[in-house]
Every structure is written in structure tokens, then in C-alpha cells.
Design a protein around this ligand. Sequence first.
Ligand code: BV8
Ligand code: ZN
Length: 249
Amino acid sequence: MIAVPAPSKILIKKLLSAKKIVFFTGAGISAESGIPTFRGEDGIWNKFKPEELANFNSFMKNPQLVWEWYQFRREHVKKAMPNNGHLVISELQNYFEVVVVTQNVDNLHRRAGSKIIYELHGNIEKNFCVDCSKRYDFVDFPKSESSPKCECGGLIRPDVVWFGEMLPATEFSNSEKAARECDILFSVGTSSIVFPAAYIPYEAVDSGKYVVEINPDETELSRAANEVYRGKSGEVLKNILDEFKRSIN
Ligand code: BV8
Ligand code: ZN
């Protein structure tokens, strides 16, 4: 059993004087909720690379396959519950101004009670028609249904950002601003290889902010971070919250 890394004295000291915290999260924070990550050994449908499926051309070429992939993921998301990682981030709102910048499309931060969330890659529960843009948000499409059509006859697609597509401009610029203005940025459960989202932690690094990575594995960001916690986010974040609460009492 690998010991969960305890928070450093420096980090607790930084937290005691901090006001604004940004959590930049990826698929790893939802792993303990049973949602497979993209690129780990349990990666979703390992036979396909996310870039091959999360892609407009693949969708137009084979809407059925891509639609089924999202239905498969929606099933996971529906059954999933926020884990300690999401819940700690939500509870820290009682002590700090917390901004969540997430690459995840699974809605778990919102369900855990986080208020300020920038979804850089969209939301798997939202959909729209590729032809007339009619919204089909939070519609429970029957499992059997092949890729559904809009009343105008157009294909309905998930409202997520696919490879080669622009990120939502306002969410992205708000995220950059939050990273520049925070006291501490935690990068949690992301391989830090998908851009331009992966630039966000570097905004904090370049602005001289304290950057903490929480990930069992090394990533591209590791060498630029001030501190790295090699552990599961649900456990590491719980330790940090408990130690912080001990320090303020
Ligand atoms: C764009 C939504 C162009 C859909 C996703 C430089 C600049 C700009 C673009 C690029 C660039 N270089 C390359 C590009 C192209 C591309 C890109 O980044 N490719 C990568 C693969 C190299 N980027 C794009 O195409 C972007 N669009 O640039 O448009 C453009 C420009 C101008 C004008 C027009 C167009 C769009 C990218 C968004 C793609 N959409 N998802 C969906 O979800 O289905 S990306 C997908 O990857 C998910 O969003 C996911 O969140 C994201 C990142 O993956 P991670 O979250 O990090 O997950 P991963 O599995 O990789 O890692 C999990 C980590 O968790 C691991 O490190 C693991 O160790 C850790 N972990 C596991 N368990 C735990 C844990 N950590 C903590 N606790 C645990 N228990
Ligand atoms: Zn339509």
C-alpha cells in the first residue's frame, strides 16, 4: 500500500495566506468515480485513440460509432458519483475563492457543489444539431437509438470540443485570467498534453504563482510545478483539506 503523500508545511503556509485558488482538472480526478481516463491502461476503448473518436470528421463519416462511444460514456457518467476529489474542491469554497477549470465533460464538479466552473471541453449531457444548431441539452436519448436526427433532418452531436475545434472563447479567457490572478493553482489528474487547455497551468507558472500537481504519474507539467504529489487526487486532496482545517483551528 503506497502511503498517501502528506501536505508540505510550505503548502499549508501558502494556503493560510491565500485568497484565490484555481483547480485545473482532467480525467484523472474522475477515475475514483469509476469513469475511465483516456490514456491510462484502463483508457476508454483502448482500440481507438481519443483523437480518432473525438473528431468531427470521424463523426460525419461514422455517426453511429461516435454516437455509441458517447452513449457508452454517458452511461458511466450517469452511474458515477462525485468522489472526495470533487467534494474537497467544493468544500474549499467555504475558505477561498475557488475557480474550477476542467477539461472533463462529466458534470461531476457541478454535482459536487462547485459554483465557478469553466468547462473548456464542453459537457457530455449537452447536444446540438449540426445543421440548425437546435439545442438538445439533457435529453435522455434511448440507448438503442442510432445516432439521432434533429426535426430538421440534421445529425445531433454532443456539445463537446472535438480535436481540431476551437475551445469556448469566454471560458478560455476567463480561465487564463483566473490562472494569472490566483494565489495557488492545483493541476489535478491530467496528463497535460491536450492544448490549448494545457497552457492554463503555465499561465500561473509564468505569473509566479504557486503551482501544485496531483497525479500518480509524471507529466509534462511536473518539472514546472513548485510541488508534486504522486498520489490519487481523492486521497491527496482529502489530506490537504484535513491538515488545512487542523491549522486554522
Ligand atoms: C484546437 C472533449 C485547433 C471530447 C477533448 C497546440 C495548440 C493548440 C492545439 C494543439 C496544439 N498541439 C496539438 C494540438 C491539437 C490538439 C491536441 O492538443 N492534441 C494532443 C493529443 C496533442 N488540440 C485540439 O485539437 C484542440 N483544438 O486546438 O483546435 C484550432 C485552432 C484555431 C482555430 C480552429 C481550430 C481541442 C482539444 C480538445 C479535444 N477534446 N475532449 C471528449 O471528452 O470526448 S480532449 C480529452 O483529453 C479530454 O477532454 C481530456 O480531458 C483531455 C485531456 O486528457 P486528460 O484529462 O489529461 O486525461 P488523460 O487520460 O490524458 O490523463 C489522465 C491523467 O490522470 C493521467 O496523467 C493519470 O496519471 C492521471 N490519473 C489517473 N488516476 C488518477 C489520476 N490523477 C489523480 N488521481 C487519480 N486517481
Ligand atoms: Zn436541426
